[in-house]
Design a protein around this ligand. Structure first.
Ligand code: PLP
Ligand code: COI
Length: 353
């Protein structure tokens, strides 16, 4: 596909690795293309990073027609840059698009524009331990009319941000609050799509948790408020009495690519993993009687993040004495090893640039 390239005339200085944090700095360029029902996808271009121009009636501003993805490019010790399972993000974005009545992008086209853009911004991939180039593809509806309907016009953009760890704790265990009032999603809703509205709806509970010193909330299902779903920006897994359990993909949680990868790693190493309903009562009992051995979250931004404390209805439960557990550590080492090219990728997950 023809991608026009306009290079910036004023390249920015690259930030120090110690100042990166998450999503604060952006590279010099961004990728954009437009969709209309008449023309399909057109106008593919890489342009200097700059504010977007939006019509005040644009669909995204009023009716929230927006979806996004998150994946990373990693710098290996030999200096080369590689991505982790980008095709999975491309496929999930198309599933989100279908749910939100936004246009899908043919897989080959999506992969071509992503790799062309990442190659252009390759120099921005940091090399310090634990750092990477976070890629944020997103799409929004921009019909210039206030009628409510499936969009006829959309824009697809990819921006990139050199990042360090998502949580200030880094690999140290985070504290998570189990939310008993607000809910994030219900089956049949948009919970399994990666759309901006899911995150907007999560913010109130997230704020309350933060005020009490917790990093994020763990959601319960929206119907019974009984079954464990996922954490704000990651899926969740537990080791209970020797068995790894994780909520099954019920239609209201995000089908995480890190979740899927953790399950594949665990199974390849002979662990039994159950994807099933986990009730808050079962978890509370395991927390009380000490059979909850480990808890961790997993996601692209959060990587594999040990959970050191869970709080439910103001009762605090330390997990594994606030320490990272053996399985959590193994998953962290294996996944980050593959991602940064230190461990052989026997799964075929890596796409070298
Ligand atoms: N759940 C939510 C709500 C998320 O935002 C994320 C992050 O993308 C995940 C789970 C983990 O998904 P993935 O591993 O694909 O990044
Ligand atoms: C990711 O891990 O890529 C996410 O999208 C989480 C994000 C909401 C920070």
């Amino acid at each position: 596909m023809n991608i026009s390239i306009t290079k910036t005339t004023c390249p920015k200085e690259k930030p120090e690795a110690s100042t990166l944090g998450f999503g604060k700095f952006f590279t010099d360029h961004m990728f954009m293309m437009d969709y209309s029902r008449e023309e399909g996808w057109h106008g593919a271009r890489i342009v200097p990073f700059a504010p977007l121009s939006l019509h005040p009636a644009s669909t995204v501003l009023h009716y929230g027609s927006e979806i996004f993805e998150g994946l990373k490019a990693y710098r290996r010790a030999d200096g080369k840059v590689q991505m982790f399972r980008p095709i999975e993000n491309i496929r999930r974005m198309n599933r989100s698009a279908e749910r939100m009545c936004l246009p899908q992008i043919p897989e080959e086209m999506a992969l071509e524009v992503l790799t062309t853009f990442v190659k252009m911004e390759e120099d921005w991939t940091p090399s310090a331990p634990g750092t990477s180039l976070y890629l944020r593809p997103f799409m929004y509806g921009n019909d210039e009319t206030l009628g409510v309907h499936a969009v006829h016009n959309a824009t697809y953009v990819i921006i990139a941000s050199p990042v360090g760890s998502y949580y200030k704790e880094g690999i140290n265990p985070v504290r998570i609050m189990i939310e008993s009032e607000d809910v994030r999603a219900v089956r049949g809703g948009t919970g399994e799509a990666k759309c901006g509205g899911n995150y907007a709806a999560s913010n109130r509970a997230g704020e309350r948790a933060e005020q009490k010193g917790y990093s994020q909330v763990l959601w319960l299902d929206g119907v019974h408020r009984k079954y464990i779903e996922e954490v704000g920006a990651m899926n969740v897994m537990f080791k209970i009495a020797g068995e790894v359990v994780t909520p099954m993909l019920s239609g209201s949680i995000l089908p995480g690519i890190t979740r899927k990868s953790c399950i594949e790693v665990l199974k390849s190493k002979g662990y039994k993993v159950s994807e099933r309903l986990i009730s808050i009562d079962e978890l509370a009992e395991a927390m009380q009687n000490g059979t909850l051995e480990e808890a961790w979250g997993c996601g692209t931004a959060a990587v594999v993040s040990p959970i050191g404390e869970l709080c439910y209805k103001d009762v605090k439960y330390p997990v594994n004495n606030g320490q990272i557990g053996e399985v959590t550590q193994m998953l962290y080492d294996t996944l980050t090893g593959i991602q940064w090219g230190k461990v052989e990728d026997t799964f075929g997950w890596i796409l070298e640039l």
